[in-house]
Design a protein around this ligand. Structure first.
Ligand SMILES: C[S@@+](CC[C@H](N)C(=O)[O-])C[C@H]1O[C@@H](n2cnc3c(N)ncnc32)[C@H](O)[C@@H]1O
Length: 283
């Protein structure tokens, strides 16, 4: 895995901030120059240096040079499929309880945003298995991942339709970001270890409803919870401290559930006012 505290090397992603805090993203190559509206930033002046320095362009404009954070990378990297946004990636790690050493199956790989996030969290002792039907998306995601985190021998990619085949056994976590997640539940349920977690990310309520229904039908899942997250930036200027005018209004809903022995689940409809998670319980 690449270590972000090392100096810049060939093929590393880089971001440039200008004085208006606009961000420009590129991949470093010897001899290459990043072109910003006709102004040039030579990569040879970046390679071998540590991030955080001020670079002057050929027109003497100031740019600050950094390694992209995972958030920067996810929103700027070349996309095949739509990515899961940082606000949801962080929440997935916490609510699906991804931990070092975990064996995680995810589908589909898409552009590799979630897979990259998972690999950083499971660490070298863990494994991430990604299902994806489109070879061109696999190639793009692998490139994105290699550029950002380097080689990851603990990432297994299956060019397989997960609605038809789920190969792994004794899986700790299953994460689904694909059009019909409910079609995976009956295949994943026997492969997820008891106590394990399944998590689905879907943009529409119709998908959420179908997914939750499929969890109920297996009678193998408890602690089912659906939620969404909202993220609003603030403008902080001396004479104007207020929310920013624009925000991402909607990305997707998350549904999380815990696996019990198949047939053992016994779920009553929750009463509307009932606390449903530790977070909501009063002190
Ligand atoms: C929204 S994208 C996933 C984005 C990904 N989570 C990320 O963060 O970059 C959905 C992906 O699922 C793939 N897909 C759709 N149906 C599939 C199936 N049955 N099996 C495996 N992959 C599938 C699509 O090709 C697409 O790349």
């Amino acid at each position: 895995m690449k270590n972000p505290s090392l100096p810049f090397a060939e093929n590393d992603p880089v971001i440039f901030y200008d004085r208006k805090q606009r961000v420009y993203y590129d991949l470093l190559r010897p001899g290459k120059k990043t072109n910003i509206r006709g102004d040039m930033l030579p990569h040879d002046e970046i390679l071998g240096r540590h991030e955080g320095f001020l670079l002057r362009s050929q027109r003497e404009v100031k740019y600050w040079v950094f390694r992209p954070t995972l958030n920067d990378h996810v929103v700027n990297m070349p996309r095949g499929a739509t990515v899961i946004y940082p606000k949801d990636l962080g929440v997935i790690l916490q609510y699906a309880d991804i931990y070092p050493g975990a064996k995680v199956v995810e589908a589909g790989l898409g552009s590799g945003a979630l897979a990259t996030t998972l690999l950083r969290m499971v660490g070298p002792e863990g494994t991430v298995i990604s299902y994806e039907v489109r070879r061109d998306f696999i190639e793009n995601a692998k490139r994105n991942m290699r550029n950002f985190i380097g080689e990851t021998p603990n990432h297994i990619v299956r060019e397989t339709n997960i609605y038809e085949q789920f190969e792994e056994e004794e899986v700790d976590r299953v994460l689904l970001d694909l059009p019909e997640p409910w079609r995976v539940v009956h295949l994943a349920a026997p492969k997820l270890r008891t106590g394990g977690i399944i998590c689905s990310y879907s943009p529409t309520v119709f998908q959420v409803k179908s997914f939750v229904e499929s969890l109920r039908v297996t009678r193998g899942f408890m602690a089912v919870m659906t939620f969404e997250t909202m993220f609003r930036r603030w403008n902080v200027e001396p004479m104007s401290v207020r929310p920013e005018l624009r925000m991402i209004g909607h990305t997707g809903f998350l549904t999380i559930a815990r696996k019990v022995e198949i047939g053992a689940a016994d779920v009553e409809e929750a009463a509307p006012a009932e606390a449903s998670s530790a977070e909501e319980k009063p002190e």
